[in-house]
Design a protein around this ligand. Structure first.
Ligand SMILES: [Fe+2]
Length: 497
């Protein structure tokens, strides 16, 4: 159902202006017609050997915020392009979570956000599960997930209608956190949940039949802020990162996030066999490795190499604005409220026999929201596609890098001046194989925005040649958002008729 009314004000006092509510981040209040809108290529043409749906999630507040806004607070809105037979069709829809529906009924925001002292008595939790963070295609089901952990919402394709809360045959204590990942070999969905009360972190697995296989708590000294996971054939990777709530402040009833530069980051290997025994109360067995302190939002991949486990991700050394220990920089580093985003591609090697970690920075250009050919997740992968962080006050990507992790080489791609892209999904060409040499046989898809005109276009690139294949103007603004997913083949039925 289209929503055309402007956002209502929830408070008499206007909230302070926030850069993530303005310009190319400003929310849109209109949803596309039920049948979507056919996109015409302004440059190039929609490839005929690309069949599926690209879906991107992001923050899009339906109502004016109650008090200060944080970019992570907004309601989830999905933007999708279905592709088949050389035809592209655009749609957008809110993720209609329980919280979204309650606020729709009230006609105003009911929940406050991250920058307001939470109401711990509010039914449904102090924070609204907005389903705004990412998407995962698992066992024929598209799930919208929320970064703080919560119920996963099932999304219908190609309509983008919210079917409801996803069921896995057994209740999940805290639901799923964003960045649950599918092992393409077994079809299992590996997930974490985390929260302020023990067990602070849980790791689990759901089968290719969408049945909970099991989950287990991970023993930790206090609440932690793990955002992403990684896995190999035999292990799930968990993280005890050096940025966390200060335990001294927690004992005083206050939550203050701090980077502890004298506390090593620990990377844990959990045997995946421990995640297939049903729900466990006993802590998971974990082999911990100590690395130099860091914070990380996104891992790309992990794999086993003999007796070692290799992890690739985007490492941040100085993750907080205003930390007196942050070194001065000659360039602008983007921020989201107090979060400072200066990430660099990094590789860790965990030697299981010695317990030692070796690590190396792989690029000196800031990069985040990395993706790869997900058919190779958990195995050695040669390529990843890492959006390049522009030296701006807010998070924008002015290009991306195709990293060749095997050869230690890279190629850069710059968007036209004034244009900023999002996360790039890798979409295998129809019929692409699974041999190592097929890894980059496909396309990269993203939604880009013009900072000046606020226009949006879908960019499709050839992943191997790194050449533009098509630019598809979208007849609506698409706010800059978060994570995207490629759902292969799902557009075919729509366009056959
Ligand atoms: Fe994320």
């Amino acid at each position: 159902m289209p929503t055309n009314s402007p956002p209502a004000s929830a408070t008499s006092e206007p909230a302070p202006r926030d850069p993530y509510l303005e310009g190319c981040y400003a929310p849109v209040q209109t949803e596309s017609p039920a049948g979507g809108v056919v996109l015409r290529a302004a440059v190039g043409a929609v490839p005929r050997d690309l069949t599926g749906v690209f879906v991107r999630n992001g923050s899009n507040p339906r109502f004016a915020p109650r008090g200060r806004y944080h970019w992570f607070d907004g309601d989830g809105m999905l933007h999708a392009v279905s592709l088949a037979g050389g035809v592209a069709r655009y749609r957008n829809r809110y993720v209609r979570t329980r919280g979204f529906l309650a606020e729709e009924e009230a006609g105003e925001a009911l929940w406050t956000g991250l920058l307001v002292r939470p109401d711990l008595t509010r039914p449904g939790g102090p924070y609204k599960n907005s389903g705004n963070t990412d998407l995962v295609w698992h066992a024929g089901q598209l799930l919208a997930l929320w970064w703080m952990s919560g119920e996963a919402y099932e999304i219908e394709l190609p309509s983008l209608a919210t079917r409801g809360v996803a069921e896995f045959g057994a209740p999940l204590p805290r639901g799923l956190a964003a960045h649950a990942k599918v092992d393409p070999r077994t079809g299992e969905l590996l997930f974490i949940d985390y929260g302020p009360r023990a067990p602070y972190l849980r790791v689990g697995a759901i089968s290719r039949e969408r049945a909970l296989l099991g989950h287990a708590p991970v023993e930790l000294p206090g609440p932690r802020l793990q955002h992403d996971i990684a896995f190999t054939e035999n292990f799930a990777l968990v993280f005890d990162l050096s940025m966390m709530a200060d335990p001294v402040e927690l004992r005083r009833g206050r939550e203050r996030i701090k980077m502890f530069r004298d506390v090593p980051t620990r990377i844990g290997l959990v045997p995946r066999t421990a995640l297939r025994d049903g729900p466990r109360a006993a802590p998971a067995p974990v082999q911990w490795f100590e690395a130099a302190p860091f914070y990380m939002y996104h891992a790309i991949n992990a794999y086993e190499d003999g007796d070692a486990v290799v992890l690739v991700g985007c490492r941040i050394t100085d993750p907080l604005v205003g930390d007196p220990e942050n070194p001065a920089r000659s360039f602008t580093v983007p921020a989201i409220a107090n979060l400072r985003l200066e990430p660099y591609l990094h590789r860790w090697r965990l030697d299981r026999a010695s317990g030692r970690v070796t690590e190396e920075r792989l690029d000196d250009v800031m990069g985040e929201f990395p993706r790869m050919n997900d058919r190779r997740l958990g195995r050695p992968a040669r390529y990843c596609y890492t959006p390049r962080v522009a030296p701006r006050e807010t998070l924008l990507f002015d290009g991306f890098t195709k990293h060749d992790l095997a050869r230690g080489e890279h190629r850069r791609y710059a968007y036209p001046p004034g244009w900023f892209g999002g996360e790039l999904t890798f979409a295998p060409r129809d019929g692409a194989g699974d041999r190592p040499e097929d890894e980059d046989d496909g396309y990269l898809i993203t939604i880009a925005s013009s900072r000046a005109s606020e226009a949006a276009e879908v960019f499709i690139l050839d992943a191997r040649a790194l050449e533009l294949v098509a630019r598809l103007p979208v007849p609506a603004r698409v706010p800059v958002g978060y994570h995207a997913e490629w759902v292969p083949g799902a557009g075919r039925a729509e366009l056959a008729g």
